[in-house]
Ligand binder design. Structure first.
Ligand code: TTP
Ligand code: MG
Length: 353
């Protein structure tokens, strides 16, 4: 059966909230981020700032070179979280099948929603209208028969717009679609694909699946499927988190083992500790892991069953992973912990009785 998905994504989320709450910022180039004198980076910026080439994750100092009049304000995470809860309450009027991807973005499966005569296009319009009336913020939406197309569609008419891809339009849309629109195809992968004559959906469709698999492995298979319009993923309403991780792609590949180890211990592990704090209030660590991606994109993961943070274990895992790379420089380093299953609530309840 054909399904109907909506992907909703707030426009310039953090910064739109700041401008909403401080009218003096209206019609100016504004970003949310850290200060330039403390090696800060931007979380995001508004569309005025984007015209100057400023974007998310850019160093604040560079952003100020590109756009000297840029106003950089600190973020208020608690406010964004609260708004995210309010947005979710609006979604829940239409469906219970909601998969949040981040604070400002979610997939909705509205296949069975009877409101708006069952029109997903009208549902998306109405949701965006409600968000605007209730929160004074704008959102964009993509409507499509599967998740990956809905996500791509929500970007098409940003900001404050929506785009529908009906089942009949899927094939034409994919033919014209540049492959870097597909989530997971970043700049480097896209260059590699282009070097092989693959730039748009139609270039992928023209090839054999086996050829793509041979050349690009898993990525090739996934690309081929997507370009056939195949994506059978359901909306995942509640995930039990199995791991927490932090990773960083370096601006320049790193050769030195010491430098990698220092970065891991000085930056990645403290960040991982911070991010896992909440989960470790109720759950135990099941394993430690290190992931390394080498210069040539070969990737490896080493894990070890262990029940607490231990720098020397992480270091050994790093050493083992690097041995697998046979001296190649490293472009990405990540650390993660596995989480034991959630405590069984029924069991605890029985014990309490
Ligand atoms: P996005 O939806 O990627 O960006 P956005 O909402 O700011 O802009 P767009 O209109 O293009 O959707 O991310 C949502 C929020 O997440 C963003 O407002 C700030 C935060 N964020 C970061 O903190 N760091 C990042 O690198 C990115 C991409 C986002
Ligand atoms: Mg957004």
């Amino acid at each position: 059966m054909v399904k109907k998905f909506i992907h909703i994504d707030m426009d310039a989320f953090f910064v739109s909230v700041e401008i909403r709450d401080n009218p003096a910022l209206a019609n100016k180039a504004v970003a949310v981020g850290g200060k330039s004198d403390r090696r800060g980076v931007l979380s995001t910026c508004n569309y005025i700032a984007r015209q100057f080439g400023v974007h998310s994750a850019m160093a604040t100092s560079i952003a100020l070179q590109k756009c000297p009049q840029l106003i950089v304000v600190p973020g208020r995470m608690d406010v964004y979280k609260q708004i995210s809860v309010q947005i979710r309450a609006i979604f829940e009027k239409y469906t219970q099948l909601i998969e949040p991807l981040s604070l400002d973005e979610a997939f909705l499966d509205v296949t069975d929603c009877k409101l708006c005569n069952g029109s997903a296009t009208l549902i998306a319009e109405q949701i965006r209208q409600e968000i605007f009336e209730e929160l004074n913020l704008t959102a964009s939406a993509g409507i499509a028969p599967n998740k990956f197309l809905a996500k791509i569609a929500s970007d098409e008419n940003k900001p404050n717009g929506q785009c529908v891809i009906t089942p009949e339009q899927v094939a034409t849309f994919i033919e014209k679609m540049p492959l870097n629109k597909i989530p997971g195809v970043g700049k480097v992968t896209f260059e590699k694909l282009k070097a092989n004559g693959l730039e748009f959906g139609r270039d992928v469709i023209a090839r054999d699946k086996s050829e793509l698999m041979h050349k690009f492995g898993k990525l090739g298979v996934s690309l081929w499927d997507k370009c056939q319009g195949i994506d059978n993923r359901e909306v995942v309403t509640s995930r039990v988190r199995k791991s927490v991780g932090v990773e960083r792609t370096f601006a320049q590949d790193i050769h030195s083992k010491e430098e990698l180890s220092d970065y891991m211990i000085g930056n990645l592990i403290p960040e991982l500790k911070k991010r896992s704090e909440l989960y470790l209030k109720t759950r135990e660590i099941s394993k430690l892991g290190v992931k390394v991606k080498f210069k040539d994109f070969h990737q490896t993961t080493k894990e070890f069953k262990y029940h607490s943070f231990d720098e020397s274990v992480f270091n050994e895992l790093l050493n083992d992973a690097l041995i697998r790379g046979e001296g190649k420089a490293v472009r990405l380093l990540g650390v993660h912990i596995g989480l034991c299953d959630e405590p069984d609530e029924h069991h605890q309840f029985e014990l309490a009785l």
